[in-house]
Design a protein around this ligand. Structure first.
Ligand code: ZN
Length: 320
């Protein structure tokens, strides 16, 4: 029992390695009544804590400091990026938008559309996607196709049109350079089973939306969250198929930033690092008033070379 309690304390002290360390302590529980118990036990504690310190140091240039600013740039958690303490929202439904018109085109069924119900789901699940297709028009000769899914025998054109209007307006708030290359938005019907995840198909200029966390029903906080997720997905589109971003130059900038990241999620791979860094870049360059000044400072300090890389591309940011 005592060992169990000490293991809990060590778990608190040593977040990163607690699981393994806790297992090691408990393995030794049956030895507790043998001779030299305290010596043995204390040596495990000391070695364990030393090991934790080594773990922190190797993970982070400055031991004990988390080398990223956010967990995920649009996680929707209270402490996260989308809102500062004065509740200045990064995006609201009234933010400037270049959206002009929405035109209904046709009904269309598309075979083999990937469906990701949850963040952890694979892309293997395919379905027949029955949809109303709309075209949204924007300033500067930009347009995008929105495919609004409906369930068989549950067609509702007016509802689909409202959904299309909502996302067309939000899309118009995206900077010009992110709208320029994307062609389609698939909006999947909400059957109450998904976790609200959005995704990009790596070989197409399109992205996919599960609407359960976004839509006209959501709070201001969630609206800002959804707009930031839209930036993240569009950053994937520009990164992978347009030739605008040089992978080698990006990797070089990332290396110069010396194991510091915009978010913990950036660490997943180079693609997520790029998408998350674009969000942070837009936050500091265009939305600095809406995030905490300490976060602004951290982003500039942690990823200066990635920010410089994006600055030098001289993207058209209108209407931000
Ligand atoms: Zn992503």
């Amino acid at each position: 029992m005592l060992l169990e309690q000490i293991a809990e304390v060590v778990t608190e002290l040593c977040h990163y390695c607690a699981k393994d360390y806790r297992a090691r302590i408990l393995v030794h529980e049956k030895d507790f009544n043998n001779s030299d118990i305290m010596k043995k036990f204390l040596s495990i504690i000391v070695l364990g804590l030393l090991w934790c310190n080594v773990g922190f140091a190797s993970n982070d240039p400055v031991a004990g400091i988390v080398p990223w600013v956010y967990n995920f740039t649009a996680s929707g958690k209270a402490s996260d990026v989308w809102v500062n303490k004065n509740t200045t929202y990064i995006f609201t439904s009234d933010s400037p938008s270049t959206f002009k018109n929405l035109i209904f085109k046709k009904e269309k069924s598309v075979n083999n559309v990937s469906k990701k119900e949850k963040y952890s789901s694979s892309f293997k699940r395919k379905k027949l996607f029955r949809s109303f297709v709309f075209e949204a028009e924007y300033e500067d000769d930009i347009s995008v196709e929105l495919l609004i899914e409906y369930q068989k025998n549950k067609k509702n054109f007016e509802k689909a049109k409202k959904t299309a209007e909502y996302y067309s307006q939000m899309y118009g708030q995206m900077p010009h350079f992110l709208k320029k290359y994307n062609k389609k938005i698939y909006i999947h019907v909400n059957k109450g089973k998904d976790d609200g995840t959005w995704w990009v198909m790596m070989d197409k200029k399109e992205f996919h939306i599960n609407t359960s966390r976004c839509g006209s029903h959501v709070s201001k906080v969630l609206y800002a969250h959804c707009a930031l997720v839209m930036i993240h997905e569009l950053a994937h589109v520009i990164d992978q198929l347009t030739g605008v971003i040089s992978p080698s130059k990006w990797r070089k900038a990332k290396k110069l930033d010396n194991k510091k990241y915009c978010s913990k999620y950036s660490k997943k791979n180079n693609k997520e690092d790029f998408a998350e860094s674009v969000v942070c870049w837009i936050l500091v360059r265009e939305k600095g008033y809406a995030i905490k000044s300490s976060d602004r400072g951290k982003i500039k300090k942690y990823i200066p070379n990635r920010l410089k890389f994006l600055d030098e591309l001289k993207f058209n940011m209108y209407p931000l």
